[in-house]
Design a protein around this ligand. Structure first.
Ligand code: GUN
Length: 295
């Protein structure tokens, strides 16, 4: 069997069209323009390209977007002041501080300073807590994107054995939690594997759905995958540079071999990546509607 490709690019395009229409209506009917600020500290090339893509998408959808680029030696106190300024700015509904931050800045302190109402990343403990309780909140963008991909591809998750590989706060922990909840793309039996898991292959082999978010290129190989499994690859690993100077990317899954066994698979690039940015836009629109008292 060769797997059906779940195109994040296509699904993201559909959601962006829905969002563009909603944003136009917000402006026409309520004079509301959603606003997003991205804050980048330092010169990490991957972060630079993510932030540029976030701003470009925001602009294309009619979201007011501001970009703050700070040198790597920016002090924690200065960064906190900037966050506090945007907490008070009525034009801005969403604040995104791109991670990772330079080592001398306490990431937790920065994330805790963002007003939870403007935390469109869903990283503030208030939003994390609400997410775990299944309450209305901003869902973190990558897990939110994975749920949409599963839902819109018609993948049945109720009762499914899901193996998540990777226990990060951004992907592994939240997607594991969301998929065990009573919700769309939920009701699964979830196993969360990580670097100390004893026999990763044994867990993977019995999984109906594997979500790989480890940051190790091609770590999930065909012998670890059950026939007909659904494979969601969150990895974006830079494995080289093309002659034209573009990064060559590989996922956490050995795509060419695994796609011959899986029923559905996401490619890298063009799978989960475009969804992360799109869900950030969705959260920003949600924030603007909340601020305007429309929801
Ligand atoms: N770094 C990697 N992924 C993310 C994300 O979703 N949000 C932020 N702020 N930083 C990231």
């Amino acid at each position: 069997m060769s797997a059906k490709i779940i195109s994040g690019t296509e699904v993201a395009k559909t959601i962006r069209e829905e969002l563009a229409a909603e944003i136009a209506e917000l402006k026409a009917k309520h004079n509301v323009v959603p606003g997003l600020v991205t804050i980048l500290v330092g010169e990490n090339p991957a972060s630079q390209s993510y932030v540029a893509a976030k701003n470009k998408t925001a602009h294309a959808l009619g979201i007011h977007s501001e970009q703050v680029t700070l040198p790597a030696d920016t002090s924690e106190a200065d960064l906190l002041k900037i966050v506090e300024k945007y907490n008070k700015d009525p034009k801005i509904n969403g604040i995104l501080v791109q991670l990772p931050l330079p080592k001398h800045i306490n990431e937790t302190k920065v994330l805790y300073t963002i007003d939870p109402e403007k935390d469109v990343d869903g990283f503030h403990p208030v939003n994390v807590g609400k997410m775990v309780l299944g309450e209305q909140c901003y869902l973190p963008c990558t897990p939110h994107g994975i749920l949409e991909l599963l839902k819109r591809s018609g993948v049945k998750t109720s009762g499914a054995e899901v193996v998540v590989i990777g226990r990060s706060n951004i992907v592994g922990k939240p997607i594991a939690n969301l998929m065990l909840q009573k919700r769309d793309a939920g009701d699964a039996t979830v196993t969360l594997c990580h670097t100390r898991t004893k026999d990763l292959a044994a867990h993977c082999k019995r999984a109906d759905i594997i979500i790989a978010a480890v940051g190790v290129p091609k770590m999930v190989t065909a012998d670890m995958v059950k026939d007909g499994a659904v494979i969601i690859d969150v990895g974006v690993n830079r494995i080289g540079m093309s002659e034209s100077g573009k990064a060559i990317l590989a996922g956490d899954v050995d795509y060419d071999a695994v796609k011959e066994k899986a029923s559905f698979i996401t490619p890298v690039p063009g799978g989960v990546g475009p969804m992360t940015i799109t869900m950030l836009m969705k959260n920003t629109v949600q924030a603007a509607k909340q601020a305007a008292g429309l929801i």
